[in-house]
Design a protein around this ligand. Sequence first.
Ligand code: FES
Ligand code: FE
Length: 427
Amino acid sequence: MLHQLHDLSEDGASRAVIASLIGAREPGHMLPAGLYTRADVFEADLDIIFHQHWMAVAVEADVPEAGDVYAVDIGRSSIVIVRDEEETVRAFHNVCSHRGSRLVQAGRSIVGKLVCPYHQWAYELTGDLFSAPHMGQDFNKGLHHLKPVALRNVGGILYACLSDTPPADIDELDRVMAPRLAAYDLANTRIAYETDIVENGNWKLVIENNRECYHCEANHPELCVSYFATDFGFDPADLSPSEKAEAEALADRYARQTAAWEEAGLPSAAVEHTVGVATNFRTQRLIIAGAGESQTPDARAACQIPLGTVGKGTGDTHLWGINSWNHMMGDHAVVITMFPLGPDKTLVRTKWLVHKDAVEGVDYDLETLTSVWLATNQQDADLVALAQQGVQSAGFRPGPYSRFTEKQLDDFITWYVERMSAHGYGR
Ligand code: FES
Ligand code: FE
């Protein structure tokens, strides 16, 4: 009892510290250092952000056929996504109904039934308990179904929420994104390549780094072939007259191109659902610079078989979410998800999707397809590690965001503060 009281008061003290750190965040600035470094903050982030919000976890191509199983770890928890015999894609907590053993290791497998490695309880892919040896004739298998996880398929991208009361505004993501993603027909893609890298930084630094291109010109020579220097904001006072003329011409081109795409039935205008919401996201169809087709070394399509019905020269539909960033192009899609592993460790998972009939070496060259984002991810990982080293240093003070180029990460951190406050970590 005494021990329990001690735990409770420790928990209360930790909660008060986190709440005071959150309350100390100055608008327009980074978070106080402890929110990027403390073990108790990491645990609170898992409980609040990762266990109570919708996370991008997979794509339909992870489970293309009946019997396919794909397990994804989210913090301390894990979910198992299956395609059952009726082709329904489902998700369950990756926890056996007997004594709780993890059922399936992270990654892909093909099964007839989900069989627990511990005492061999076997589950149908619908989650129904099929057999439980030595539990007696009176044992009611019907009471021991696998616990379902809320799952939404938004145009081929699978979102899951571990909470029993998932945020309802996933409907808004679906409303905006399903029509945008329809033309890419992601259900009929396959994963041409996949990488997992562990970045040595807090997950919020990974997202902060992702929400701006302030760092792109100096750090991403490969990606910048397909991006415009002024695509992600600029201070007009810093541009030379010729740069200013270029930026104005690009803004004009965006207005005309966006209208033309929309008229052709391709939703393109920016939609921001970033603060004052539970399920944050931003999307826009971006014009690809240079040859204008894809994020490859020469900005031309890497894959000769187009995705769905979009065709070449239809830009890059970018989609940012709580734990993901995605680029859908005419010839391939890059889907990136991230999952926190520790206060200063984050898993970044990248999948390159091509049309399911595309054959490596015939329809696409793997290096051409993957080289830009392989390089970009490594460059970003190096930057995130530098940022983590900084936030855990004695001299760190939360610096200001540029209102011209870092609005999106200001919005993200504002969202984080809002969500933590809404769940009991407010002032
Ligand atoms: Fe799964 Fe016992 S814990 S069968
Ligand atoms: Fe970057």
